[in-house]
Design a protein around this ligand. Structure first.
Ligand code: HEM
Length: 103
C-alpha cells in the first residue's frame, strides 16, 4: 500500500513538472529565441527583455531547475519499477508459449 502511494505521488509530481517544463520551453522558444539579440543589445522598445516579470536568464534557470527535477523524478520512477522491467521478457515468453500451445 505504501509503495502504491509513493508511486502515485511520484507520478503526479512527474505530470506536474512535465507540464511546467513544457510551458517554460514554449516561453523560451517563442519569446526568447536563441538568435535574438535585439537592436543595439535590446534598446528597441519592441524587443522583449522580460516575459511575465521574468528575464530570459530567469526563465532559463526556471527551465533548467524544473528540467532536472523532472529527470530526478523519472529516475525514481524507473527505479521503483525495476521488477516490472525485469518481468517484461518473461511476459513476452509466456505469450509466445500460449500462442504455440493454442496452434
Ligand atoms: C519537454 C521537454 C523540453 C523541451 C521542449 C525543451 C525546450 C528547450 C528550449 C526551446 C530551449 C531554448 C533554446 C534556445 O536557447 O533557443 C531549451 C534550452 C535548454 N534546456 Fe530544454 N527543453 C526540454 C527539457 C529539458 C530538460 C529535461 C532539461 C534538463 C535540465 C533541459 C535543459 C535545457 C538547457 C540546459 C538549455 C540551455 C539553456 C541556455 O540557453 O543556457 N531541457 N530547452
Amino acid at each position: 500500500m505504501l509503495k502504491l502511494k509513493v508511486n502515485a505521488i511520484i507520478d503526479i509530481l512527474m505530470a506536474i513538472f512535465f507540464i511546467i517544463v513544457v510551458i517554460n520551453s514554449i516561453v523560451l522558444f517563442v519569446y526568447f529565441p536563441h538568435s535574438q539579440g535585439g537592436y543595439q543589445g535590446g534598446k528597441n522598445s519592441v524587443y522583449l527583455t522580460s516575459f511575465f516579470g521574468l528575464t530570459k536568464i530567469q526563465w532559463t534557470d526556471f527551465h533548467i531547475n524544473t528540467g532536472f527535477a523532472l529527470i530526478a523524478l523519472m529516475a525514481l520512477h524507473l527505479l521503483l519499477h525495476l521488477n516490472y522491467y525485469r518481468c517484461i521478457p518473461l511476459f513476452f515468453k509466456s505469450e509466445k508459449n500460449q500462442k504455440r500451445n493454442k496452434a
